[in-house]
Design a protein around this ligand. Structure first.
Ligand code: ADP
Length: 293
């Protein structure tokens, strides 16, 4: 079984559904409220575990009731949370307003995620024993860098999802084996809108890149190989939240099983296509038997 460590965020998404979002100073009455466990790190961990990986999560939840629920969401999908700390203070939260047009406005408060500034004893041992370390950018960058460097020391494949989109400190990309941005994140890193050209520019900094292209599929480019484009299955998308995280989680499981990149991308596309046909993020991520089918 593929051993995967995720060093990343956990957030409780607090989602208000309204006809029209309020302007500053205004109060509106909304239609519905939901609390949805999320955070890119936790989402990738759940996706990888459901896809059949053996997954451990490093990060932090808060001491509040959200923290317990976030931890439970992970363990319920089979993720090992022994290294998930419980930090003083609140869990990370994302305050989301979704209007009738599907547009959204989001305030993210890192909470416990902000306390993860470095590795603690025990983390590196678990990273060293893994096949791959999954990283995103919702923890302090000092922790992301420390994780990537630890993985590098032990020859563990580092996979970075550079989200939320932002310019990166020099040095971080040098520790990355596989970069998996969406089109928008790739454009933020390179200043190039075209995905093919953006991938070529990224290869100057990382050996291998997979750019996800939404309904248009995904694109792989590597320094020592050509470019491969894999289409996404045509499906009726109802909620694309978590599609990218599902893709990455499944991709890494397949690569860890020794499948060649194009085959791993097709398998990850099948997983992500299942995710977008159901509402929610972590709740809509498919199990291995569904992906195989
Ligand atoms: P993110 O969710 O990070 O914004 P993308 O939108 O690129 O990333 O989606 C990630 C992957 O999810 C895509 O490469 C594709 O495989 C799958 N996907 C996303 N949207 C759709 C869709 N409408 N139909 C089928 N697959 C989709």
């Amino acid at each position: 079984m593929t051993g995967i460590v995720v060093l990343g965020s956990t957030n409780m998404d607090l989602v208000a559904y309204v006809a029209r979002a309020p302007k500053l100073g205004e109060t509106v009455t909304g239609r519905e409220f939901r609390t949805v466990p999320g955070g890119k790190g936790a989402n990738q961990a759940v996706a990888a575990a459901r896809a059949g990986g053996r997954v451990a999560m490093i990060g932090a939840v808060g001491e509040d009731e959200f923290g317990e629920r976030l931890r439970h969401t992970l363990t319920a999908s089979g993720v090992d949370t022994d290294l998930l700390r419980t930090a003083e203070g609140p869990s990370g939260t994302a305050h989301v307003v979704v209007d009738d047009e599907g547009g959204n406005a989001i305030v993210v408060i890192p909470g416990a995620n902000g306390t993860v500034t470095r590795l603690v004893p025990g983390d590196e041992t678990v990273i060293a024993a893994a096949d791959a370390l999954l990283l995103q950018l919702e923890l302090p960058l000092s922790a992301v860098l420390a994780g990537a460097e630890a993985a590098r020391r032990h020859g563990v494949r580092t996979v970075l999802t550079p989200a939320p989109a932002q310019p990166l400190p020099p040095g971080l990309l040098a520790t990355v084996d596989l970069l998996v941005p969406n089109e928008h994140e790739a454009a933020t890193l390179t200043g190039i809108a075209d995905a093919h050209a953006s991938a070529q520019a990224l290869l100057r900094q990382v050996p291998e890149v997979v750019i996800t292209l939404g309904a248009a599929g995904s694109l792989h480019a590597a320094r020592d190989a050509g470019t491969v484009r894999v289409p996404a299955p045509r499906v009726e998308a109802v909620d694309t939240t978590g599609a990218g995280d599902t893709f990455v989680g499944a991709l890494v499981v397949a690569l860890g099983e020794g499948r060649p990149m194009p085959e791993a991308m097709r398998w990850a596309s099948a997983a992500a296509a299942l995710c977008v046909q159901r509402p929610g993020a972590s709740t809509s991520m498919p199990y291995r038997t569904e992906i195989e089918a």
